[in-house]
Design a protein around this ligand. Structure first.
Ligand code: NDP
Length: 254
């Protein structure tokens, strides 16, 4: 039997990049996947199409996570879709993945740039999780996508790194709070992954050399490298693992 048969997973920011790969992987393991997207509806529908072509089940919901109204809209549609598609209520797996990158140093930081990155990378996961908790089944899973920059100090991405530091603390707090519901909460800290977020770096030969050289394996990461770890953390195989920050940077911190 597939590892996630009968489970329902919500993945934020699954229209592309790491989130897309997580959606495909969890669906492959039998989960019904809710593919959340921000602006890119066509990409989200392409993910649904790919899942259905492989015999899986999924639906797409668009919502701007930068506002509480957008987050509330996501959950009201989610409730209806889950009832309609599965006949039940609630879900099992939440992956807080949606986020933005921002190459801004301390000196370049403005109130606007600070608010922008905190809004999507910190405020959104907090309020998405707040809405998710009453709907999340006991024995469920929360997986937060942090970053290796919370281990490897990178002043060129100053407030971005601070935003992911908040996600690490959020993970610890939630894990403590949700143990009595048998819900595990863990974070993954990817290194440089081949997504649109790094398009600038990975198109440039110097950037490629830098990105590959960070890892002890002399390559940068692919979204699937992260999705496979999410699959483990989403399954019952990880039942005794909670409150952990898993480095997924190919040893970039060594
Ligand atoms: P991408 O830029 O490829 O994708 C970002 C996703 O987030 C998209 O699906 C996008 O939706 C969604 N999103 C962004 N802003 C909003 C918003 N305001 N409302 C709703 N959805 C939004 O990112 P990655 O796949 O590279 O990154 C995914 C996560 O992994 C992020 O949290 C990132 O910080 C983290 N990470 C990434 C690393 C990397 O090297 N790529 C390294 C370490 C961590 P849409 O396109 O539909 O608008």
């Amino acid at each position: 039997m597939s590892k996630l048969e009968g489970k329902i997973a919500l993945i934020t920011g699954a229209s592309r990049g790491i989130g897309r790969s997580i959606a495909l992987r969890l669906a492959q393991e039998g989960a019904f996947v809710v593919v959340h997207y921000g602006k890119r509806r066509n990409e989200a529908e392409a993910v649904i199409h790919q899942i259905e072509q492989s015999g899986g089940n999924a639906c797409a919901i668009g919502a701007d996570l930068s506002t509480l109204d957008g987050i509330h809209d996501l959950f009201s549609v989610l409730d209806d879709d889950i009832r309609e598609r599965t006949g039940g209520s609630g879900f099992d797996i939440l992956v807080n993945n949606a986020g933005i990158g921002q190459i801004v140093s301390l000196e370049e930081t403005t109130e606007e740039s600070f608010d922008e990155v905190m809004k999507i990378n910190v405020k959104a996961p907090l309020f998405v999780t707040q809405q998710a908790l009453p709907r999340l089944k006991d024995g469920g899973r929360i997986i937060n996508i942090s970053s290796f920059v919370t281990r490897v100090a990178s002043p060129s991405v100053f407030t971005y790194s601070m935003s992911k530091g908040a996600i690490d603390t959020f993970t610890h707090l939630l894990a403590k709070q949700l143990g009595n519901r048998n819900i595990t909460v863990n974070a993954i800290q990817p290194g440089i992954i081949n997504t649109e977020m790094n398009a600038g770096t990975l198109q440039d030969p110097h950037g490629q050399k830098y990105a590959a050289g960070l890892s002890t394996f002399n390559r940068w990461g692919e979204p699937e490298d992260v999705a496979d770890i999410v699959t483990f953390l989403a399954s019952s195989d990880s039942r005794w693992v909670t409150g952990q920050l898993l480095d997924a940077s190919g040893g970039s911190h060594l």
